[in-house]
Ligand binder design. Sequence first.
Ligand code: HEM
Ligand code: SF4
Length: 551
Amino acid sequence: MYAYDDIDRAIVHERVEEFRDQVSRRLSGELTEDEFKPLRLMNGVYLQLHAYMFRVAIPYGTLSSAQLRKLAHVARTYDRGYGHFTTRQNIQFNWIALKDLPDALADLAEVGIHAMQTSGNCTRNVTADQWAGVAPGEVEDPRVWAEILRQHTALHPEFSFLPRKFKFAITASDHDRAAIKIHDIGLKLVRNDAGETGFEVLVGGGLGRSPFIGRTIKSFVAGRDILSYIEAVLRVYNQYGRRDNIYKARIKILVHELGIEKFAAEVEQAWAEIADGPLTLDDEMIEDIRSRFIYPAYEKLPAEPDELRAAAGDARFEAWRNNSVAPHRHDGYAIVTLSLKPAGGPPGDATAEQMDAVADLADKYSFGEIRVGHEQNLVLPHVARRDLPALWAALDKLGLATPNVGLVSDIIACPGLDYCSLANARSIPIAQELSRRFASPETAALIGRLHINISGCINACGHHHVGHIGILGVEKNGEEFYQITIGGRADEGAELGELIGPAVPYGEVADVIEDIVEAYLSLRQRPDELFVDAVKRLGVEPFKERVYATR
Ligand code: HEM
Ligand code: SF4
């Protein structure tokens, strides 16, 4: 966990008081909705279909148990008793009343949580691998660098009015769990031949109406130079990014139009002016941030404790362990993913009771720490392996042990037409229907790893382009239709999915997905050939045939 200092705390508290004043002026009618809009957006408050929506940042997806309890408190006190974890390591509250917002923010400020820069054309929440700091084989904890970036870009005057929103993601593992290739800037911590740590820097990834996979702009930028280099990229974007057309304003369009080489040359030129200047990080500064990350006092524990051996006979426990428990960098410990995708539930939702209970379990079994991943699940990052059976039993009671992490019913979905004013079609009910159809753990295990992603419109909040199966809501003559893509992926081998054919109506989506999965089961070479790999080998044709032959 990262410990905030007095400066951090003062900024957050001042902001709450400023917003309290703005809200009271809106409530009294002194400010019109139009005047209020930019002020509320600066505090993560959107106006959605039915109510205000409040988006809170969870920097690099790390939460303390006290913070999670506070989120539960906000859900219970000011909202309808639940919150929604999103693909950008945020939590959103969908039913909050304007009059309550300042109090909600003040409550969150007590535990160092805020909503600054969760909206607007600025640098957004810096996201990271949810296994950061505990994944085996990681170069080093990327959150130290995410925090450096967060501090540098928070309330940065030059980057408060960029052409468009700007998103960073960071990982230090070869297996990319942070989807760095679909972010404006993706950073991968690497070590060079001289043993120095630095970054491979990718730019121009992003989804939405024109999706792009990010390209490597520089294969090694030393850690001490990362701020000046990032600053150079942002300066080029700020200067040349298009402001005349909102659909062409993201950095991905600039990179695409200039070409990566020309863009890189511009960045080099901008960097030459500021490299080795005040933005250069010295070891002392890096150490200062690093020292404020507090790591648990791990014990020396057996990797195969008696408790685990005793529980191995329980098939339900084993099914859960197989997909929810991952190796940890310390022997005797494990990383545990808590599924927020029960059969028939809205993906990513957690009730206040569940949040409180997870906070208690984190205190008991994970040194008080919780992570939020971009797949809309929660993680307990430091669980002793001997505690796994007890933890599972507790999670099972809470409905948080659905054994589907990484499997077909672990669906990523945006809120769609149930909440979002931009939506063309519903996302959540499609996810619910699919998760019911694929609820059998045996079928799910047979199918293996398969990611379904659903967005209710072209903005792609549900990452549909990079779903192994992507589902995109479109509107046709006032009715909900869905385009289906296959073969996308969001990891280190990121690719955009390919459309299989004409859009299908709402009522047929689940059948179509079942057809695709059945086609895969009959076409795969071996039981361990993943769905995406089969699509890569075969192309879309055989799947298309299967889906449209009878339609
Ligand atoms: C309900 C309120 C929401 C609104 C009004 C909204 C709006 C938008 C818009 C307009 C874009 C396109 C931006 C662009 O291309 O310039 C976008 C992209 C995105 N949003 Fe949302 N969104 C909402 C909720 C969500 C939720 C719930 C999630 C996560 C589940 C999310 C995650 C994302 C992501 C990952 C992108 C794609 C980023 C990219 O293009 O690189 N948003 N959103
Ligand atoms: S993809 Fe569209 S419908 Fe879904 S949350 Fe984003 S803007 Fe709303």
